[in-house]
Ligand binder design. Structure first.
Ligand code: ARG
Length: 427
């Protein structure tokens, strides 16, 4: 199937697939190439792709193009590594929030996820970390994509998000009569450990937890802590023992502090982070993944999509503070990876967040690094994605304009390659 995708892509480009099944070699001429490792833009580079991987990259003048290589001419474009979004929910439909979400089965959500996966890939996001899905839908998606049955990004997946009873990762929409509890609910250190083991058993490679309340959940406070330090220590110890990283949803300052002290690998949202939280994040090298585009969609479209009035109220309390704290934490030296919470807002609009990352303190290069090499570091995939480097997967995007002058250019990706296969090539 993989071959089929590659062959179809090459056929679309006017190349005949090799009958022998030998590795295709492709030579890509890049007018400009963003070197995210050095933080520089290089002119006139050639990237040699053999099969799924990059085999060489260097100045066009000195990079040998193997005989018979297929040529892709991006000499009028800027080429970047495929983008990485470290916080998405591919099975989440942004049109169905609040009570409107109750009519969606896990299987229906997974099918929607197949659509969202393609849209996300075509937007230039060749790798994502999916931090929570019902029915293990994200795990099924990852596997179907890896088998070549669906087009979509490479995925890190969490299965169900873990949380306390009645908390952000439970579902509090229905009254007691319905006896509904979200499958990720686990109270106390041992229940929580067991839940980590259950997620790992069914294929999660990441563990997502809810350390604090949230915006879109009913009946909790975004700033209030939910998991205790004791519970989070148990979760992190268990997850790390099993070789899984932990991502903690946390808006409130005490939840952020305790999550970092417990040893989580990333704090999601981090809206109300205080000075101590910033200091701890720096000291422990904990990533912050702050979804600072989200606020626009929630306040503009949320009500029509079914978000509860209390959620809009909560958003008004955290939205701007989060943006200001993004600047503060970044300037203080906290590590940051790009993550957007796509699924709350429409899939494919992920790159809209670059504008805000630059508005709130990053240079365009730093924002691009957050969405490439930093994301790869957080996902523990530096050996395979995050930069245009020999040995890594040939995951590439290209834009016509200059993303270093205007990061909004990344919302107009016109070429996408994943693992050596051309996914999108707009004229
Ligand atoms: N999923 C998150 C929550 O419900 C969304 C928060 C969005 N707001 C923001 N300002 N980032 O808590």
């Amino acid at each position: 199937m993989k071959h089929h995708v590659l062959a179809a892509a090459l056929a679309a480009l006017g190349f005949a697939a090799s009958a022998s099944g030998a590795e295709q070699v492709v030579a890509i001429r890049a007018g400009k190439l963003v070197d995210v490792v050095a933080g520089k833009v290089l002119a006139d580079q050639t990237i040699i792709v053999s099969g799924q991987r990059i085999s060489a990259v260097g100045p066009s003048a000195s990079t040998a193009v193997p005989p018979g290589a297929r040529l892709i001419d991006l000499s009028a474009s800027t080429v970047l590594p495929g983008l990485i979004d470290a916080h998405v929910h591919l099975t989440g439909d942004p049109r169905l929030h609040g009570y409107q979400s109750l009519g969606v089965s896990d299987i229906r959500a997974a099918l929607y996820g197949a659509h969202a996966a393609r849209v996300t890939l075509e937007a230039g996001f060749t790798t994502v970390r999916n931090v929570g899905a019902g029915g293990y839908g994200d795990i099924a998606l990852r596997d179907a994509i890896n088998e070549g049955e669906l087009d979509g990004p490479r995925m890190r997946v969490a299965g169900y998000a873990l949380g306390i009873q009645g908390g952000h990762c439970d579902n509090n929409l229905l009254p007691a009569d319905f006896h509904y509890t979200e499958a990720g609910v686990a109270d106390g250190p041992w229940q929580a450990r067991a839940k980590v083991r259950q997620m790992a058993k069914y294929g999660a490679d990441t563990i997502k937890i809810c350390a604090s309340g949230g915006v879109l959940s009913k009946g909790d406070e975004a700033g209030a802590q939910q998991y205790t330090l004791e519970e989070m220590k148990a979760i992190v110890e268990e997850a790390h023992k099993l070789g899984r990283r932990v991502a903690a949803h946390a808006h409130g300052a005490s939840a952020i502090r305790d999550a970092i002290l417990a040893g989580v690998d990333s704090v999601e949202h981090a809206s109300l982070i205080d000075d101590e939280g910033i200091r701890l994040a720096r000291e422990k090298g904990t990533f912050l993944v702050m979804d600072i585009y989200n606020d626009d969609y929630i306040l503009q479209e949320g009500a029509a999509a079914g978000m509860l009035p209390e959620s809009l109220e909560k958003e008004r309390m955290v939205g701007q503070v989060q943006r200001d704290n993004f600047r503060k934490a970044f300037q203080a030296g906290a590590k940051m990876a790009f993550g957007t919470d796509a699924g709350v807002y429409p899939h494919g609009d992920n790159a809209r967040q670059f504008h805000y990352m630059v508005k709130y303190g990053m240079t365009p290069m730093q924002a691009i690094q957050a969405a490439t090499i930093r994301g790869a570091e957080l996902l523990d995939w530096k050996d395979r994605v995050g930069s245009v480097t020999a040995g890594k997967y040939a995951d590439l995007v290209a834009v016509s304009g200059d993303p270093l002058a205007d990061p909004a250019e990344l919302t107009r990706v016109k070429f996408v390659m994943k693992g050596g296969a051309v996914v999108k090539q707009a004229q």
